[in-house]
Ligand binder design. Structure first.
Ligand code: BJ8
Length: 423
């Protein structure tokens, strides 16, 4: 295994603290993932990525930078990767999913901020994540209040471009997001030194659409019973998609989908047919946040769908590829991205519709709506989610948690009782 310490040192990382993280991750991954039985063979790629998670991909980014290419670090699925890819840049997701980074984040923002934001800031300021260190700039967005203000703190330390997200979905908001995408494109052109053209944008739109289609194929396989892949493995695939090369991401997801389709044809599953099927909704589960899925799947149920940004919201809806001028393409991007039903919108009936539609599509027995502590947006929507699911006769369990493990047993008790109640 390559020793990446010289690379991390060159990136200016805090090696001593980072080593602690590197020591802990393989143990957590082994306990959570490698203990599973009958995993698809094509998960070997994702295991390999995790085994070198702070080395392999950052090293690729460094090689790109040597060629003069730029790396953009993002925190939200609203940032259109297509624009960056068209200008020969690369995108890496940066949302922090580990308690390891939270204390460093709390040195810079109040402790009663959501753990995803605290972990992201902790990874930056603690200099313990190469993806932050390798990014030439960050791209933020005005979604929730916590993120908006956190970008000011980050922006004081590294260039952070903010996209101004509309908070409603009227035609004027779609138009406004189109303008924001155009302004972002101008910034990306300035940073990369590459001119955005209708041709390179059309190509990039195809690349990202192909990635979405491949991820969707894997998700479609999860509709089968017995389910051919665990929720944990599907979640890992999506988490890795946020920072992998989009072409390779599509290729590997398609290989995985081929195998899963064969498994379905052969009647092969990772859990017995009839295992209770759970959909998870709520705040995103950034890598390496596997806590909820692990508890569910070791409590007698299987996760078959995630209605969240680290789930179906990441790949649902394609960008219309028919535009031949930048103006049309910006509008096509806006229309696609504005279909994301994040809780930052008011009103937000689309998320409720997504939950019910997918509950039926994936034939779920119950929904677990799980929010990160201090996320007001998703916390407030909990009630409408619970009410609608009650109307539909779909059992729902609302939970709140953070990245620490001290509530794991309590969660296990509640989830175990919920699964038992499903019969
Ligand atoms: S589109 S869900 S990725 S904003 S959990 S930081 S909302 S306080 S992550 Fe998100 Fe974009 Fe929406 Fe998706 Fe704030 Fe809530 Fe924390 Fe959150």
């Amino acid at each position: 295994m390559t020793d990446y310490h010289p690379m991390w040192e060159e990136l200016g990382m805090d090696l001593e603290t980072h080593d602690l993280l590197c020591d802990a991750l393989p143990v957590a991954f082994g306990d959570t993932y490698l203990s599973q039985e009958n995993r698809p063979e094509n998960m070997a790629f994702y295991d390999f990525v995790v085994s070198g998670i702070h080395g392999i991909r950052p090293a690729e980014f460094i090689e790109m930078k040597k060629e003069g290419r730029k790396v953009f670090g993002t925190f939200c699925v609203f940032v259109p990767d297509e624009v960056v890819v068209a200008c020969n840049g690369a995108v890496t997701g940066l949302c922090g999913g580990s308690q390891f980074w939270v204390p460093d984040g709390e040195k810079h923002i109040p402790s009663d901020t959501c753990p995803l934001i605290k972990a992201s800031l902790g990874a930056h300021f603690g200099k313990t994540c190469p993806y932050f260190m390798v990014s030439d700039m960050y791209v933020g967005e005005t979604t929730c209040d916590g993120k908006k203000k956190a970008y000011e703190v980050l922006g004081a330390d590294k260039e952070t471009y903010i996209m101004d997200m509309p908070q409603m979905k009227r035609p004027c908001d779609i138009e406004k997001w189109k303008e924001e995408i155009a302004a972002f494109a101008a910034k990306v052109e300035e940073v990369t030194g590459v001119t955005l053209t209708a041709e390179n944008l059309a190509e990039a739109i195809k690349v990202i659409n192909a990635k979405r289609a491949a991820l969707k194929r894997v998700y479609d396989c999860r509709k089968a019973d017995p389910v051919p892949i665990s929720g944990k493995d599907a979640l890992l695939m999506i988490q890795i998609a946020f920072f992998d090369d989009p072409v390779r991401c599509a290729e590997m997801a398609n290989k995985l989908a081929d195998e899963l389709e064969q498994r379905i044809a052969d009647g092969v599953g990772v859990f017995p047919a009839g295992t209770k099927r759970i959909m998870v909704t709520g705040t995103p589960l950034a890598i390496p946040n596997w806590k909820l899925h692990h508890i569910i799947e070791t409590s007698g149920a299987v996760v078959v769908c995630e209605d969240m940004c680290t789930g179906s919201r990441y790949f649902e809806n394609q960008v219309d590829e028919s535009g031949t001028m930048l103006d049309e393409q910006f509008m096509a991007l806006s229309e696609r991205y504005m279909k994301n039903n994040c809780a930052c919108f008011t009103p937000n009936p689309g998320r409720l519709e997504d939950i019910v539609r997918q509950a039926k599509e994936y034939n779920v027995d119950g929904v677990i709506d799980c929010n990160l502590k201090f996320c007001t947006l998703y916390n407030i929507e909990k009630q409408s989610v619970a009410d609608l699911l009650a109307e539909e006769g779909i059992p729902c369990l609302s939970l709140e948690t953070d990245y620490a493990d001290n509530d794991a047993e309590q969660l296990r008790t509640r989830i175990g009782a919920f699964v038992e109640m499903l019969g």
